[in-house]
Design a protein. Structure first.
Length: 732
């Protein structure tokens, strides 16, 4: 029998103090697995789950098979949560093996409860059984992958449960005939449960003996070739026997299975039937490129919770592809283009407010694994960044070189979205937008070709990328020229915002009159239950105390100060403000934004009315101007270079926010930066791009993406065209 699995070898150890050292040796010998089992005959031994965690911490590659036999003394829900936690901490290296010292009914229910906890349900898990009951158990941390649950034992009822519910079966049988009979029970139970028998790996435990490697091969070959066994667990603590088995037995068995024609093409392990049942209609999951299949995430996968949503937007995509390099992006995009009727979203850090970055039922190409940060030329301050790198990590990597890049105000933002849209950050008045530091970009275009764009090659594409890049391709690498930045002054003032209009006017006037080394943001928190407060935040690009005080003193006078904090600190420390390991938003954000040249009395008055209306719960103004205005408005697709301020308001309802915004604030604006906008009405494109810029973008869209593949983020419909220009391709 051949179930299309590759051969893997492991060592089975008793739970003693020496186990971790032996496990490290096994890893060095090339073993794939280390199995640790309860030892009922030695109840004073080390507890197996504690030992599994210890071994996981002291190894880096081998998978850990935690064998639990005393289910009568375990709580299955706790066991499932512990397995999920250890799998997460060990980077996906855990297999849970359950033996039986309970009844058939209790064991079957225990399997259900453990699997339910491992699947990390969105809500509390409820289970009503004869032996176990759960009434709202929390699933705990979501593992990144499907944690396999195996069954150990040879009784027919255990075989049936393994076939219907488990991902693997561990046996002590070493007779080919007995294995065939066991496989018939396993396969029959699997089919009755609607499963593919290939979902179940078969393993045997091999007692150490004094035989020669040739004798071992002679004994095991029939079990591997005819019995369907592909996981071999050597039960020994003898280091020399382990080395002999790994170096002289395992290679022969691997070669035997590699040469033996099976009639079944080898393939990655299939997902469980329960996972496949949750797949989205319209996506051909069986055609996912092999290089992307293992890391792909589907709705039924435990790791789905980690990738379904973004920072502010909930989603339920049908498939998330996670390429690790440019070639993987090409394959992912090719697969997506085979599904033109499902949504396609591109995600770098998943923070984007206007950028969709997720969808319902479609495909997401997630670039988070392409997160490299490299100082490629320190003398020229050249930096290469992957699109999935987060700006807090970039800031940390550049700090030892005395370099920095202005990059928004939140360290969890991904490079890809910001470096193709604009980038209004803490250093922009001194050093410009993030896109103003961009020197070259590598992109995968809609047709799958890879191109480089800079001032020297594909200049029109390079122009478009700086401000409207989401419409033209998937950026896979950025080259930027960083700025020399040492420690900076960082100030936080809590001020009285009872006179919101006056506060805005005074703050705006101070900012415009300040030297460029000061960049300030103002946040006003509306409240009907307490006096409103404002938060004046500022960075001074200097480490000189007197310079910092000189810049901040006028800001401190814009309103009565309730509290203040001023420090001299590395820029990287300001950016190290991201929290949480993944995004888990729900619903859809509602935001309006715009650019203004000045905070005029009329604009300030309308903002005050907005704050009093109840339509917004968060309002922020960022200073722009300075170096941003030095760039010719036609030099990049980001054209509104004369603005000194960027305004953003968040609300609970888009229609309610639109009504107040459009009726007042909007009349005083002079452009739009799309990254904070969620109003999808077509007028927003005209706000973001002046007529000449918009017309040029649509002409270029027709050249680079005539089929409008990239259409999920304030789409620029391509202008009509009768031909497509030949574009120089990269040779990489």
């Amino acid at each position: 029998m051949d179930y299309a699995h590759t051969v893997e070898i492991g060592v089975c150890l008793r739970p003693g103090e020496a186990a971790s050292g032996i496990a490290q040796k096994a890893e060095g010998f090339g073993y794939d697995l280390v199995m640790l089992r309860d030892d009922p005959d030695h109840p004073d031994g080390i507890e197996v789950w504690t030992l599994s965690a210890w071994v996981g911490a002291r190894t880096g590659r081998v998978r850990i098979m935690a064998g639990v036999k005393d289910l009568a003394f375990r709580v299955p829900a706790v066991l499932g949560r512990a397995a999920a936690s250890l799998d997460l901490l060990s980077s996906g290296r855990v297999r849970l093996v359950l033996g039986s010292d309970v009844s058939e009914g209790a064991f079957g229910e225990a399997l259900d409860v453990v699997r339910g906890m491992l699947d990390a349900p969105e809500g509390p898990l409820r289970y009503g059984g004869e032996h176990y009951g759960l009434y709202g158990a929390r699933g705990g941390p979501a593992p990144e992958r499907d944690v396999p649950v195996w069954v150990e034992g040879d009784e027919p009822w255990l075989l049936r449960l393994a076939g219907s519910k488990a991902e693997g079966w561990v046996s002590g049988v070493r007779d080919a005939g007995e294995l065939r009979a066991a496989n018939e029970i396993l396969d029959g139970a699997a089919r009755e449960a609607g499963r593919d028998p290939r979902e179940i790996r078969r393993a045997i435990v091999i007692p150490d003996h004094s035989g020669t490697p040739d004798e071992w091969v002679g004994e095991l070959s029939p079990l591997v070739e005819e019995g369907g066994v592909r996981t071999l667990l050597l039960e020994t603590g003898d280091i020399s026997a382990m080395e002999r088995f790994a170096s002289r037995v395992a290679p022969v068995l691997r070669e035997v299975t590699a040469k033996r024609p099976s009639g079944i093409p080898p393939r990655p392990p299939r997902r469980r039937a329960a996972v496949r049942a949750r797949r989205s209609a319209g996506i051909d999951y069986e055609r996912i490129p092999p290089s992307l299949a293992e890391s792909a995430v589907e709705p039924g996968d435990p790791g789905y919770k980690r990738v379904r949503s973004t920072y502010l937007r909930g989603g339920s995509p049908g498939l998330v592809l996670r390429p690790e390099n440019t070639g993987g992006v090409v394959e992912a995009l090719s697969f997506a283009r085979e599904h033109p009727h499902v949504p396609l979203s591109i995600r770098s850090g998943g923070h984007g407010i206007s950028g969709r970055s997720t969808n319902d039922g479609g495909i997401v190409i997630d670039l988070s694994r392409m997160n490299a940060t490299e100082v490629s030329d320190a003398a020229r301050r050249r930096v290469k960044l992957g699109p999935g790198a987060r700006w807090m990590d970039v800031a940390s990597a550049l700090a030892p070189h005395g370099l920095a890049l202005s990059s928004g105000d939140y360290g969890g933002v991904g490079v890809g979205g910001l470096a193709t849209a604009g980038g209004i950050g803490w250093l922009c008045r001194e050093h410009g937008l993030t896109i103003d530091r961009l020197r070259a970009v590598e992109m995968v275009l809609a047709d799958g070709s890879v191109v480089h764009a800079s001032e020297e090659e594909n200049r029109d594409l390079f122009w478009a990328v700086r401000g409207a890049g989401a419409n033209f391709g998937i950026a896979t690498s950025f080259e930027l020229e960083a700025c020399e930045v040492g420690e900076v002054g960082w100030a936080q003032f809590v001020v009285d915002a009872g006179d919101a209009a006056g506060l805005l006017e005074r703050w705006g006037a101070v900012v415009e009159a300040s030297p460029r080394d000061l960049t300030s943001f103002l946040i006003i928190s509306p409240s009907r239950r307490r006096p409103p407060v404002g938060y004046v935040l500022a960075v001074v690009d200097s480490d000189e105390p007197q310079t910092i005080l000189d810049r901040l003193e006028p800001l401190a006078g814009v309103a009565p100060v309730y509290d203040q904090n001023v420090v001299i600190t590395p820029y990287a420390d300001i950016m190290a403000n991201a929290r949480g390991s993944y995004h888990d938003a729900r619903g859809e954000p509602s935001a309006r934004s715009g650019l203004a040249r000045h905070i005029t009395p009329g604009l300030a008055s309308e903002v005050a009315r907005l704050l009093q209306s109840g339509a917004t719960y968060y309002f922020q103004v960022r200073s722009v101007g300075g170096a941003v205005s030095d760039v010719d408005p036609e030099a990049t697709a980001y054209a509104h270079r004369r603005a000194n301020f960027h305004l953003t308001a968040f609300g609970a309802s888009q229609p309610a926010l639109n009504a107040v915004w459009d009726g007042g604030v909007y009349r005083h604006l002079s452009g739009l930066y799309l990254s904070f906008e969620t109003d999808l009405r077509p007028e927003r494109l005209a706000d973001a791009f002046p007529p000449r810029t918009l017309a040029r973008l649509r002409r270029l869209k027709a050249l680079y993406d005539p089929d409008n593949v990239f259409r999920d983020n304030f789409n620029l419909a391509p202008a009509g065209t009768s031909h497509r220009r030949e574009i120089p391709r990269s040779t990489t």
